[in-house]
Design a protein around this ligand. Sequence first.
Ligand SMILES: Nc1ncnc2c1ncn2[C@@H]1O[C@H](COP(=O)(O)OP(=O)(O)OP(=O)(O)O)[C@@H](O)[C@H]1O
Ligand SMILES: [Mg+2]
Length: 334
Amino acid sequence: MALDVALDIGTSHTRLATAQRGVLFDEPTMVAIDTNTGDVLELGHGALELVGRTARHVVVFRPFNQGATVDFDVTARLIAALFDRAGVSKLSRARVVMSVPSLATAIERRALRQAAIQAGAREVSLVEAPLAAAIGLGLPVQDPVGSAVTLLGAGASEAAVISLGGIVSGGARRLGGNDVDAAIATSLRINLGVVVAPSVVEALKCTLISALGRTNGRREVVLARSVDRGELVEVEVSADLVNLAARDVLNSTMRMIQECLSDTPPDLSQDISARGMTLVGGQANLPDLDELVATSSGVEVSLAAQADLAVIVGLSACLEEMASLHALFRSADR
Ligand SMILES: Nc1ncnc2c1ncn2[C@@H]1O[C@H](COP(=O)(O)OP(=O)(O)OP(=O)(O)O)[C@@H](O)[C@H]1O
Ligand SMILES: [Mg+2]
């Protein structure tokens, strides 16, 4: 029997699920490729561990940035390797349901679809990521009632009001957790004269940040490389420095949410006032972000449990729905 696959390729993480086995893969969007042979050597965590430790002919790629593929061929190889992991053979020609950011251009959508087909998919359906997330949350997306979702990822941020199966009003930016990390890294270099490993920058963000600036003088000591002398040094990083660096991205995110809500037709606005908005995506876990969104938007805000999995859970639900519809066709086909 052909396997159906749900696939959410993100700037930082890729998630794959099948209707039968649930989420099978949730790892960094990274692929290590032997450039002599073109073979994929490692994926996800395995590829991440190889960064900075490979021979010259092995290159670790991050084929996604700002929610879009920046390397078509590597993306196709990544998808093919993921199909392998899921036990989908090239011959079985899987049906694939994939997420795409609502801000993706026609060319980006076509590239994603083609990459999956090159990897062996038979049929590719794209679902806009905020809609997939709303389905994953179990919101009544098909009903004539407004549901508000804000999806905050590593490379894209999207706010959407959904009703009758579609996005009625939305706002989106090619901006996310990666940009917060980049701003923190720049601030560390300028203010403390050090370069810090990306994983350490991300850890500093998760432990020190407060979207409301509630820092209470917190500090963390980390190992860094001095820009001047190139030696390893210990530096103390304050929560204030991290918060200040994140401010620009957070302000832009708040403006995006306000734009989305102010474009919403009055009847649906009433629904959102009554039912609130849910935050999803990895960056939604940023401490105090839910409170910041609530105060700046004036609607009630809740943070989804397992916020980073909402999209893949929604895509899996689409798969199940597809499978049951196909069963319906089969039963009438006798
Ligand atoms: N507890 C946390 N606090 C703050 N940020 C977090 C936390 N957990 C994860 N993040 C951030 O969330 C981002 C990853 O989110 P997610 O997995 O939704 O992104 P993605 O799907 O790969 O990207 P995109 O969909 O934007 O292309 C990263 O930038 C990560 O640093
Ligand atoms: Mg995502």
